[in-house]
Design a protein around this ligand. Sequence first.
Ligand code: GDP
Length: 337
Amino acid sequence: MARAFVTGITGQDGSYLAEALLDRGWEVHGLAASPPASPPASPPAGMPSASASAQATVHVGDLTDTPFLAGVLEDVRPDVVVNLAGISSVAASWADPVRCAEVTGLAAVTLLELTWQLQQRHGIPVRWLQASSAEIFGQPNLAAGEAITERTPIAPVNPYGAAKAFAHLATGVYRARGMQASTVILFNHESPRRPHAFVTRKITATVAAIVAGRADKLVLGNRDARRDWGWAPDYVEAMVRAIEHDRADDFVVATGVAHSVGDFVAAAFAGAGIRDWEGLVETDPALVRPADPGVLVGDASKARAELGWTPTVGFEELVARMVAHDLGHLGHLITAD
Ligand code: GDP
């Protein structure tokens, strides 16, 4: 049995990853900023759950506390370290760029160095997987119909992208140094576990609240932005494959299809059975970001060829699942025809 150490284990990706690894018989340890409210997470709709006896061990502490991290790594002695933790939202990175640099950038490199030292000290290989992001590419100058690949120049346009780029490039440095260090370059990936700070969950939760009579409008920023939205458990499957793959590399993980925020709004209202919704949506200029990539769409050909990975949930189904979850949360049955 292999042993994994996963930072950000209580987040959307961390909880799905813990379940996926436990299901495969791994021993899973994780880092969380605060104790989980319940065992790592409840099983998502359509996902197998870990048996009650097989749970992750959660270590509670701060990612920027280097002595603490060093101690946990020495105690756990993982075969693989997966770094998912950080300020995960672009919006939050604009609010506190310095904290984002510390947590998403510097702490990732600190953990990379601690992992390298652990490997050197014990003479046992330790794999590394960094959750990288489409945001490292900023607003790439691509021809019409062209998608981002692993070779697209790294040129972030927001504090989150810059911090992620630092961790991404450092992973390449350690790979060149001899570490089995990979990145998965994740495009936007969503689920009912997505926090409300992200536009998809904000939309589905608000649409559900409108159905329940608890909200009367949906207020958004830039509705023209186009994103390549995938199903988070699919992206976690790509992580597992990258961990198990013997050749370390960078892998774009994306669906290859972009939709606008406006498309997502329309699909969410349709999923909730609301037809005349245009008047329910407003724009607040305060929610429009200082710089926002107009379109982010990825080409996952390499992951498909080398990891045998392919997304299983398309846009319409993704929106429908999130809306159904949020309606169910409010105790409403979907009556749409
Ligand atoms: P990101 O792509 O990682 O920043 O994920 P988000 O879900 O936060 O944002 C996706 C897109 O939705 C970006 O282009 C945002 O500018 C846009 N957007 C429009 N309105 C909103 C909003 O009210 N909240 C958020 N979070 N994003 C919004």
